[in-house]
Design a protein around this ligand. Sequence first.
Ligand code: SAM
Length: 216
Amino acid sequence: MRLRNIPGSREVIAESEFVIHDMEETRGKWADVFGNDHPIYIEVGMGKGRFITQLAIENPDKNFIGIEKYSSVLLRAIEKREELSDLTNLYFLRMDAEDLEKVFAPGEVQGIYLNFSDPWPKDRHAKRRLPSKEFLARYDRILVPEGKVEFKTDNKDLFDFALEQAKEANWDLEACTFDLHHNEEMMQGNIMTEYEERFSSQGNPICKMIISREKR
Ligand code: SAM
């Protein structure tokens, strides 16, 4: 998702109290930012932030961080976040997820959500796909040992790629469906993302996998 450049979005982000600006100094100190040691969950490539914002509303005993690389998209998430000023468990980061390890210390993250990640269809761009083994290695280094990565998409090629990459990188497949919206068990508590709503309303089945490396 890349919205038209919105004039002033960088300035709004720079001044937002909901965006962490001194990211690298915060590494290993996220409990101080939230003022508690509740587990931290991140969404990588959150887009306009509907999913992570709803998760934060529903789970006040957990902390959430939404990560997005484009200012114009993040701006939309901030606008919604501003209407929820009582919410204390949600912050945003404007960054490229390639730098996750500069921002999170080993074991600082409890769980990672990837929703409708960009497919990067050309083979030479495979490393940029968020469920690639290069990204799994980054996730491996910031997650707690029992941490999970949850990935949803309607893009079957990307999903097949993600399944292969997880296997190659020796992650365990804990759950998997090629039709989430007709899988009663995996649908429990499902929060729709913006893209999920759009593609499922067009009749596209949604795939979901949950992986961990607990049994390693
Ligand atoms: N997760 C949202 C949803 O399901 O509605 C948005 C999906 S959109 C297709 C993917 C988003 O991921 C885009 O907003 C894009 O800018 C962001 N993104 C892609 N690669 C990223 C990266 N390396 N770091 C941070 N954000 C990234």
